[in-house]
Design a protein around this ligand. Structure first.
Ligand code: DU
Ligand code: SF4
Length: 230
């Protein structure tokens, strides 16, 4: 319930003028295979199991992926790579996420992004990341069972660290920490006991070049499975 209220708020957000304008540009340049499709063309909310122990944080929706379908990591190659792994590890009812009404269900995982609107060149500005942080803060507070946060890419990793630090500060907890630097497979214990894991992002750029292989990604999910079991 709280999540659906939050998601309604996200969907109507227009805080970042550059991104509101960019989605209009995208509509003018649909690729042929989607030329007759009507695009979601709004902020893309998080999706998944409200009781999740695992939160996955990506970068931002893709122009012809999440921005088209309205579901995060859905309708593009990054999403295909992610949902295939989620299915094989028992988190998704289907290996392929197609659209908001394909009836796919996630179990024990919730997926969100650092920035919920598609940015030009997949590169949000620091200001846009700050604008969108409030929604991640709300998700972190609503998802009561979280034990592990998997971030995809450096931006998501840094954003979660900064977000957790800001939340702690607003609660009057001050702690000095050496900010861990991002490498694939990094595992870092957060002050509240959650475990933060960093993976390379499953973008085509990484998966087609072999920077992130299926077996590297599987290792990350194997590790998460054993963390959640213990
Ligand atoms: O209507 P709802 O049960 O709150 O679900 C909204 C949305 O979230 C639905 O499209 C499926 C997804 N979802 C899920 O993937 N896993 C769950 O355990 C519950 C909901
Ligand atoms: Fe709002 Fe986030 Fe979209 Fe900016 S990126 S307009 S803060 S939903």
């Amino acid at each position: 319930k709280k999540l659906s209220i939050l998601n309604e708020k996200v969907i109507s957000c227009r805080l970042c003028p550059r991104l509101v304008a960019w989605r209009e540009e995208i509509l003018k340049n649909k690729p042929k295979r989607f030329s007759t499709e009507s695009y979601w063309s709004k902020p893309v909310p998080g999706f998944g199991d409200p009781l999740a122990e695992l939160l996955i944080v990506g970068l931002a929706p893709a122009a012809h992926g999440g921005n088209r379908t309205g579901r995060i990591f859905t309708g593009d190659r990054s999403g295909d790579f992610l949902f295939d792994a989620l299915y094989r590890f028992g988190y998704s009812s289907s290996p392929k996420s197609v659209s908001r009404d394909d009836r796919l269900q996630l179990k024990n995982v919730y997926i969100t992004a650092s920035v919920r609107c598609v940015p030009p060149k997949n590169k949000p500005t620091p200001e846009e990341i700050v604008n969108c942080r409030q929604y991640l803060i709300e998700e972190l507070s609503i998802l009561k069972n979280l034990k592990v946060i998997l971030t995809l890419g450096r931006i998501a990793f840094d954003n979660v660290l900064t977000t957790v630090k800001k939340v702690a500060e607003t609660e009057g907890k001050h702690f000095a920490w050496e900010k861990p630097s991002f490498i694939h497979g990094i595992e870092h214990s957060l002050p509240d006991g959650k475990i933060l894991i960093g993976s390379f992002h499953p973008s085509q750029q990484n998966t087609f070049t072999g920077k992130l292989t299926k077996s590297m990604f599987d290792s990350v999910f194997s590790r998460i499975s054993s963390l959640l079991k213990s």
